[in-house]
Design a protein around this ligand. Structure first.
Ligand code: BGC
Length: 379
């Protein structure tokens, strides 16, 4: 509750003279608020989605980022459960992808290149020699256009972005649409669509760092995680999949039954060492295309539970291993080692170089369409 007040107070300052502050408390329809101004003079906005159960998320069209997500604990206390920042400027320089829409390609592409229809495509290398999360300026750093006609104030936000041919090295102009909806079933639903005028690859994801105990309270090691996957994609030292689909059985990667994240994260294991903890893609059971529960996350002290539903074949579980306390987030709080975790629904990393992985190729006339939902309950 405290964080929420601080955050709203910040926006009230920004909004001095405007009609609302993330929405009029007496009205059911929150109004958009100005978050800040980019160097080119365009304004980034904040949009509040709220449901009847008091869940509330605030999303900016800068990078399509979820800035806050307030959900109740088992006593009904609301807390912000996603890491992020107070100001637009911090999001502009962010290197952690807090809350972001990630594209064109979520996760890594080895050596920042691949071959498509016989031609070599060279991408921006922004993770050593590899390409990560769309490159130097991915979809997390662009200002998305709000499709007001397709948005329902207070309930859904439709964002569009046209990525030009050659952006970050990718072929084809792609038109992307992402719709965030906060429904009465306490789900934040994300629907992704894309079309291209040339053959290309697309793999969109969402990059919120969750801590169901509340932001900045403690690390995530006591959270219990279940991932409905019998296999994962082991990686090399650069976190590029080797191509193997390996059984999780008998390894620290086995989350087929709920397990405490901290229980095996310190084991001497090559994969844990390469990831600096968990930073791997799980091969979700049930293939792709049907929306099904693929993961659940439970925080025992607050009773908060989050289920992840997706149509995607893969899930990257990243345990916040690169957070080291140097990043200051909301209200100046330091984000220490493993104080947030990501559950990124996706196609597998480096798919453009792995012909036996589910394909990420999008051709003219085809429609890329995936759905992911984060559902909040208590136990
Ligand atoms: C990746 C990590 C990476 C992080 C970026 C995650 O999706 O798996 O390796 O460091 O994003 O902050």
């Amino acid at each position: 509750m405290k964080l929420r007040r601080v955050l709203l107070a910040g926006w009230c300052l920004i909004l001095a003279g405007l009609s609302g502050c993330g929405g009029d408390k007496n009205s059911s329809t929150p109004v958009p608020a100005i978050f800040g101004t980019l160097d080119d003079g365009r304004s980034a906005m904040l949009y509040t989605l709220r449901n009847k159960n008091e869940l509330e998320t605030i999303i900016t069209n800068f990078g399509g980022r979820v800035v806050s997500m307030h959900v109740p604990d088992r006593k009904g206390m609301l807390d912000d459960i996603v890491l992020g920042y107070d100001s637009l400027q911090q999001y502009e320089t962010d290197r952690s992808y807090f809350g972001a829409l990630v594209g064109r390609y979520g996760n890594r592409i080895g050596k920042a290149m691949f071959t498509l229809d016989g031609s070599v495509v060279t991408l921006a290398a922004n993770d050593g020699a590899n390409h990560l999360h769309g490159g130097l300026k991915g979809f997390d750093k662009v200002l998305w256009t709000v499709d007001e006609a397709a948005s329902v104030p207070g309930r859904s936000l439709a964002l569009t972005y046209q990525s030009p041919d050659g952006e970050e090295g990718y072929p084809g102009t792609i038109s992307v649409r992402v719709v965030y909806t906060l429904n009465e079933e306490n789900e934040l639903v994300i629907e992704y669509d894309a079309q291209s005028d040339k053959p290309t690859v697309v793999n969109l994801t969402h990059h919120s760092y969750f801590n169901l105990a509340g932001v900045g309270v403690r690390d995530v090691l006591d959270h219990e995680l279940m991932i409905a996957a019998d296999r994962f994609t082991p990686v090399d030292e650069g976190l590029i999949p080797t191509g193997e689909l390996r059984s999780v059985e008998g390894t620290p990667m086995d989350f087929s039954l709920p397990a405490r994240i901290g229980a095996r994260i310190g084991l001497e294991d090559e994969q844990i060492r390469f990831g600096g903890g968990y930073d791997h893609n799980w091969v979700l059971n049930g293939g792709s295309d049907s929306l099904r529960v693929v993961a659940s996350l439970f925080e025992p002290t607050t009773g908060r539970m989050m289920e992840v539903l997706t149509t995607e074949p893969g899930l990257q579980f990243y345990s916040g291993n690169f957070l080291d306390g140097t990043t200051r987030g909301k209200s100046g709080r330091q984000y220490h080692f493993r104080t947030g975790l990501c559950l990124e629904t996706q196609h597998f990393p480096d798919s453009p170089n792995k012909s036996h992985f589910p394909s990420t190729v999008l051709r003219p006339g085809e429609r890329y369409h995936t759905t992911t939902a984060y559902r909040f309950t208590v136990r």
